[in-house]
Design a protein around this ligand. Structure first.
Ligand SMILES: Nc1ncnc2c1ncn2[C@@H]1O[C@H](COP(=O)(O)OP(=O)(O)OP(=O)(O)O)[C@@H](O)[C@H]1O
Ligand SMILES: [Mg+2]
Length: 507
């Protein structure tokens, strides 16, 4: 029989005004992959942070962790916010623990460490620059650095690996590599605790699932005793209607015209999006799919080409001008670029558009502001309900994502640019968020969605553009837009580049 490596009994955690965890018990045994599931704000990351020593549990909890090895740790983490030090390079982040222990931070950039870091990252198909501060890397690249750090340097396999939504920013390729690595570790006796909102991954990987609801264990199931539908029900606490698929809506005139845009990873991309149309962007790491929306909006570099909104050109690298023209971007990197972390949810939501909330005197109508913030937070299903005065940074990951979305949807933009719009969003809130995005389109916005989630692109988009080597390599729409086709086109996207696919697709 496999032996328990991690054992938690009677774990509770109270934050001011919130009982994040109540009497939670959980065991992870050697060789076992346990998925920890639950709606946004159900307490998953709080549990992980208690195990990591970031928070203390309330009195009375019993926590038994694998004994630290003589020269290693018993628990290895990939945190939801990754826990990297932004100003350090990938090499430094990967070797941080070792160096802190040796108290020798100086001779960091030795050739050996650099090639070690490169080797670890190569397993995930990336050759990112390991010598630049990780703050300059994309969210996907930073995830890979955090994974490489957690998976590197194991002294013994009788440890527990804890992954808090490691796949939120990964495409199918990265997920595949990660799962292969996780399975190998589990086969060697490692215990794995895995958090994800992508239920197909859970079904694929987990031996057992533990579902939290409002901080308590609501259900526990063994492999064979759960499938995607039953997990959805357990997490959302009720049956969910399946989503419609887009079928030949009428679009309005062209709202967004992108002409031969170049920039980081972009070798000349042209496409249009009409009022009412939802256009998806797909592509592997380095294909340009991650940088295109930023280049269009102006939050990242655009070295040449034009972006026109209703015929008016918007200048490069000038997000302020873009917003004035009616273009908004909800970025993948929500904590850094999407919100003001120390401001309240209410302030974050109302700040981009205050004019409708002003009285004739010019003063802000505080009651109207509160009402509107509360309405939008309910619309995007932020939990806990009504927590409009809570600082943004104290919301759970998925709830932060919902607030950022609500804030930009509220401005009723002409062009809505979304990166990973539902990263970390629980299955119960998903359909509602898709509905809001569709409503924005139906109200006349041109919507562009960059996502690593092929299922999401198929559900949400009228047309999906696939990028490879900085160019559009395929455009899928109508019946040609299926997950299988999209995965195939995305994996094949690195090979060919036919910019002529860009306009109109098969429509
Ligand atoms: N430092 C904190 N101060 C106050 N409240 C907090 C703090 N950290 C977390 N919370 C609250 O505790 C609850 C649980 O949050 P947690 O981050 O554990 O959720 P989660 O299950 O990881 O959700 P998600 O799926 O969105 O990541 C939430 O209501 C959150 O707002
Ligand atoms: Mg979390």
């Amino acid at each position: 029989m496999s032996r328990p490596l991690l054992r938690v009994r009677g774990l509770s955690k109270t934050f001011p005004g919130v009982r994040a965890l109540q009497d939670v018990s959980l065991t992870v045994s050697s060789g076992e992959v346990v998925a920890l599931l639950g709606h946004n704000g159900s307490g998953k990351s709080t549990l992980v942070k208690i195990l990591a020593g970031v928070y203390d549990a309330d009195e009375g909890a019993e926590i038994q962790v694998p004994a630290p090895e003589s020269s290693g740790r018993g628990l290895h983490f990939i945190h939801q916010d990754l826990g990297l030090i932004a100003s350090l390079t990938a090499v430094e982040n990967i070797d941080l623990a070792k160096h802190l222990k040796n108290r020798a931070l100086r001779p960091f950039r030795t050739r050996q460490e650099r090639s070690h870091a490169k080797d670890l990252l190569a397993r995930f198909g990336t050759d990112l620059d390991v010598t630049v501060p990780v703050s300059g890397l994309s969210p996907t690249e930073r995830t890979l650095v955090a994974i490489a750090r957690a998976l590197g340097d194991w002294q013994s396999t009788h440890n527990v690996l804890i992954l808090d939504e490691p796949t939120a920013a990964l495409n199918a390729d990265g997920v595949g590599s990660l799962f292969t690595a996780v399975r190998r570790l589990a086969a060697d006796g490692t215990g794995v605790l895995f958090i994800s909102h992508r239920l197909e991954e859970v079904v694929e990987l987990a031996d057992r699932v533990v579902v939290l609801r409002d901080g308590r264990v609501a259900a526990e199931r063994l492999r064979g005793d759960f499938d995607r539908a039953s997990l959805t029900e357990l997490i959302a606490g009720g049956h969910l209607e399946s989503h419609r698929t887009v079928s030949g809506r009428d679009f309005g005139p062209i709202r967004l015209r992108v002409e031969e845009v170049t920039g980081p990873e972009l070798a000349g991309v042209s496409f249009t999006a009409r009022a009412g149309e939802v256009v998806g962007i797909s592509g592997l790491l380095g294909s340009g799919a991650e940088t295109l929306t930023g280049a269009v909006f102006g939050s990242s570099a655009r070295t040449s080409g034009r972006v026109l909104v209703d015929g008016t050109a918007i200048p490069p690298e000038n997000p302020g001008a873009a917003v004035k023209t009616g273009v908004v971007l909800a970025p993948a990197d929500r904590r850094r670029l999407g919100a003001f972390v120390t401001m309240t949810a209410r302030e974050n939501i109302t700040l981009p558009l205050l004019s409708p909330l002003r009285r004739a005197s010019g003063r802000l109508d505080f009651r109207a502001e509160k009402r509107e913030a509360r309405q939008w937070m309910d619309d995007v299903d932020v939990r806990p309900r009504g927590s409009i005065e809570k600082p943004f940074g104290l919301f759970s990951g998925g709830n932060q994502q919902k607030i950022v979305l609500g804030k930009w949807l509220r401005t009723r933009p002409k062009v809505l640019l979304l990166e990973e719009p539902t990263q970390g969003v629980d299955v119960g809130a998903l359909a509602g968020i898709y509905q809001l995005i569709e409503t924005a389109a139906a109200d006349g916005a041109a919507v562009v969605v960059a996502s690593s989630d092929t299922e999401e692109l198929c559900r949400l988009c009228d047309r999906v553009l696939v990028l490879g080597q900085g160019r559009i390599t395929a455009a899928l729409s109508g019946r040609g837009l299926t997950e299988a086709e999209l995965v195939r086109a995305t994996l094949g996207g690195a090979e060919a580049a036919h910019p002529s696919f860009a306009h109109g697709g098969s429509r």
